[in-house]
Design a protein around this ligand. Structure first.
Ligand code: FAD
Length: 816
């Protein structure tokens, strides 16, 4: 047996060593055009960032080891140019000498991997892709040599996320440009926003829904031109927009290439020629859930496939059992993991599913040092089979995703998850492990014990007249809630059940869904017919209200450690509070208690692992009159610092409390450019004078808040027609007078630019930065069929009650 292998890294080296373990006599020759066989591709980004200090640590296996231990003839710097199927030969060029030779095979394994997708102009100095050690060397060298400060990472998949983290670690300014609205394809949007928050918290600027069209370079640096027309300037750009299977050899030899662009193989990895096998990133695999061909360029599958190909060649009946796409990546302090299908994929295939969320601690809450996890389970509504899972959090994410991936592989259902007996001691887990919890919640849904509503149903349910019942504590409610929600803490519900309307649909929510479940059951058993639990509660819903551009507070949070001013370093914390492992509102409750005993002017430092704490802390300070100093990431922890005011704090007025009447309220009814500009100029002026300003957008005014791109939402014909007829966003508005088929508007915009008058989008951004509240009228949204996804980020929704509540504390109330 003469076995030739093309490609000597993950799939190729795995096939070669397995083949040797099955046969002492076979002649095994492995060709690779690179310099290093079987190196640690997956460590490249961390070598660039310096976390892997020694370059040699990447060279897991040397050619000598393969020769000595496995008697494999390793030919590096050897490029296979052609496969001659008739004579069962390959043509190989030695890249060092330029010599070409032919090698005969009995069996041939192709493991040529994949190549990064490119963008015009990428071959200029300072623009890199990352696939092998020489490329990693070049990037490291370039940064050191040029002292690069600004970087743009194009592509927000896992390699883009890894590179963003490592460039940030090296002190570079990092912007990530990603063509979709959400980072990382294996995540659904409501999970991806948690990753967005983490990236922003660590100083990464995100440009989502933006495509990089081309790169250019001049004396001032590299310019990345986006499809929106915007240009990002930088010193270094990384192109991480995905990979394409390397199939030229196979295609030229007439082997079958599939619709997804990979080599087609059977379950034994045999290509369309019985003597040729193919494995790894170059092939199409069958998706475990959908049964369709797909591309999954990951190290685990490549290694297993190499082994299966060798098995089959040496007479074993090994078969590849499809791919789940199980993956995990670290993003600063978070682990982001997924297995199986996303909702998007299931929807496209018409596969019926339901989903649930659990927000859990990595281990028992009473034992110190735990961290939070947001978990999502997607399961079949017909038989409860697990179809996919996504988890984001600190410790313990890896083990939970692996348990779910294993359960999925074994064909288990959510009912089986209830019964999994998982290891428990307080340092490692909980008596009811988060995996069991997912099983309980999903089984409750399928058994009909609890109806659910989802984060994306909120607007629709509001329009249909549903009452939202918030059963969290007063503190949690005041830190943020669904607008117009009714508030009855779960512990008061049984005494106040008569306050809850019985004749309207009811959506109950709490922080994560557990207290709401208890409330739902109490209500259902008391005769309430239409009760739903908002799955994942406020923790799942709130991040979906993510703002598009970072607020000044987020910018402050994003300030990296090394940029902290020396003065702030000097402030000694009088009290340190450890709130790690506590779920919301735990950290805030603990903070509240400790702050009471704090001396005036003293600083308190608190560490927490609840991801929501990053936004809760500034909000708590605002409400209680404490000074917000900073919040930073330290591994999986958030470290926040606040100062108690010198005099007794005067809390910001809250709903119901008597407040000073100097706020401003503006009803924006018009969508004429000039009128809307005037309203934003007034709003910004008032905000600059320290006044609280609320702008309520109703009827035509609502168009101001629309995104300029169509959102991916389902609509009826009438709603679609409304959408077409009305201006889409601030850039499309026209003057109320002298519009002259758009000429007047264009002229006005040009004059405004010449005179340095800010454009309307800039005025809107400034208003948001200044904390002006922009409220979209829910009644108008309903009439015009405008969905929340169609509005720009950072917008609240509200009805007339919301408007009146603000108007009552205002001394100026304008209708424009
Ligand atoms: P490769 O490992 O790419 O090997 C292919 C080899 O074939 C190359 O050395 C190439 O030079 C050679 N070759 C191609 N054509 C020829 C030819 N004609 N003649 C000779 N030689 C040829 N996966 C994970 O699961 N987890 C991770 O954390 C992870 N991190 C990654 C980080 C980075 C930066 C990158 C780039 C990839 C990462 N991956 C990760 C993906 C993983 O590395 C790949 O899925 C895996 O290496 C694919 O194995 P393969 O054998 O198909 O191809």
């Amino acid at each position: 047996m003469r076995l030739l292998i093309v490609g000597g890294v993950a799939g190729g080296a795995s096939a070669a060593t397995r083949a040797r373990r099955l046969s002492n006599d076979a002649e095994i020759v492995m060709f690779d055009r690179g310099k290093y066989p079987s190196y640690a591709v997956c460590g490249l980004a961390y070598y660039i960032g310096g976390e892997i200090e020694e370059r040699d640590d990447l060279l897991v296996v040397t050619p000598d080891l393969l020769r000595n231990r496995f008697a494999i003839d390793v030919r590096m710097r050897s490029e296979v140019r052609r496969i001659l199927r008739d004579s069962r030969e390959i043509e190989v060029e030695n890249l060092d000498t330029g010599e070409t030779c032919r090698e005969r095979y009995d069996k041939l394994i192709l493991a040529p991997g994949a190549a990064p997708v490119e963008v015009p102009g990428y071959e200029i100095e300072g623009v890199f892709t990352l696939r092998d050690i020489p490329q990693a060397d070049r990037i490291k060298d370039y940064i050191a040599r040029t002292q690069a400060k600004r970087s743009v990472v194009v592509g927000g998949g896992y390699i883009g996320v890894e590179m963003a983290e490592n460039l940030r670690r090296m002190g570079l300014d990092v912007s990530v440009v990603h063509s979709h609205e959400y980072l990382m394809r294996p995540l659904d949007p409501e999970m991806a926003v948690l990753l967005h928050q983490e990236m922003k918290l660590n100083g990464v600027k995100l440009f989502l829904g933006a495509k990089a069209d081309s790169f250019s370079r001049d004396d001032s640096g590299i310019h990345v031109r986006l499809s929106s027309g915007r240009t990002l300037d930088c010193d270094l750009a990384m192109l991480c927009i995905g990979v394409r299977p390397t199939v030229d050899l196979a295609r030229d030899a007439g082997l079958t290439i599939g619709k997804r662009g990979g080599i087609v193989v059977d379950e034994h990895m045999v290509a369309s020629d019985p003597n040729i096998y193919a494995v790894g990133d170059a092939i199409e695999v069958v998706d475990f859930v959908t049964g369709e061909n797909t591309l999954v360029p990951l190290g685990g599958p490549a290694n297993r496939q190499g082994r299966i190909a060798a098995d089959h060649i040496f007479g074993r009946d090994s078969a590849y059992r499809k791919t789940q796409g199980t993956a995990i990546v670290r993003a600063f302090g978070l682990a982001v993991a997924a297995t199986g299908c996303t909702e998007k994929v299931l929807k496209e295939r018409g596969i019926a599913y339901e989903k649930c969320y659990v927000h859990a601690a990595s281990h028992a809450g009473y034992y110190p040092g735990g961290s939070s996890m947001a978990m999502k389970l997607i399961f079949s509504t017909t038989d409860g089979r697990i179809l996919g899972a996504q988890i984001i959090g600190g410790d313990g994410v890896d083990k939970r995703i692996d348990v779910l991936a294993t359960a999925m592989r074994a064909g288990m259902t959510v009912f089986d998850l209830e019964h999994l007996e998982l290891a428990y001691a307080p340092q490692y887990g909980s008596a009811k492990d988060p995996i069991n919890m997912l099983g309980f919640v999903a089984s409750n849904i399928l058994r009909g014990d609890m109806k659910v509503a989802h984060w994306h149903d909120v607007d629709d349910l509001k329009r249909k007249g549903a009452v939202f019942l918030d059963v969290r504590t007063k503190d949690e409610f005041e830190l943020g809630h669904i607008s117009d929600a009714m508030h009855i803490p779960v512990d008061d519900l049984r005494n106040r059940i008569s306050d809850v309307p019985k004749d309207r649909p009811l959506v109950v929510y709490c922080g994560s869904g557990l207290r709401a479940y208890n409330a739902c059951r109490a209500l259902m058993l008391s005769g309430f017919a239409d009760v739903r639990n908002l799955t994942g509660g406020w923790h799942t819903y709130e991040p979906t209200l993510e703002k598009e551009s970072p607020s000044p507070k987020e910018e402050a949070m994003a300030t990296p450690k090394q940029e902290k001013s020396p003065a702030s370093e000097e402030v000694q914390a009088a009290v340190r509070v450890d709130a790690c492992g506590l779920q919301c509102p735990g950290p805030i409750v603990k903070l509240n208690k400790k702050a009471k005993d704090l001396d005036a002017g003293a600083v308190l430092e608190i560490s927490a692992t609840d991801p929501g704490f990053a936004t809760d802390l500034p909000a708590w300070c605002e409400r209680t009159g404490h000074e917000f100093l900073s919040i930073e990431r330290d591994g999986a922890k958030l470290i926040g610092r606040i100062r108690k005011p010198a005099a007794e704090a005067k809390p910001a007025p809250t709903a119901g409390a008597a407040a000073e009447k100097n706020d401003k309220t503006i009803v924006v009814f018009s969508n004429d450019l000039d009128r809307v500009m005037a309203s934003f100029i007034i709003a910004n002026g008032a905000a600059a004078m320290g006044r609280k300003v609320t702008m309520f957008f109703t009827f035509w005014g609502l168009n101001v808040l629309r995104k300029d791109r169509a959102a991916d939402v389902e609509k009826g014909l009438v709603d679609r027609m409304f959408g077409w007829m009305m201006p889409r966003g601030a850039k499309k508005l026209k003057l109320s007078k002298m519009n002259m088929a758009g000429m007047g508007t264009a002229m006005m915009k040009r004059v405004m630019k010449q005179k340095n008058v800010q454009s309307l989008p800039d005025l809107i951004a400034l208003a948001m930065e200044q904390g002006v509240r922009l409220v979209a009228c829910t009644m108008t949204m309903d009439i015009m069929g405008i969905k929340r996804e169609e509005l720009i980020g950072g917008i609240e929704e509200g009805g007339v009650a919301t408007y009146l509540a603000h108007a009552e504390t205002s001394d100026v109330n304008l209708f424009i």
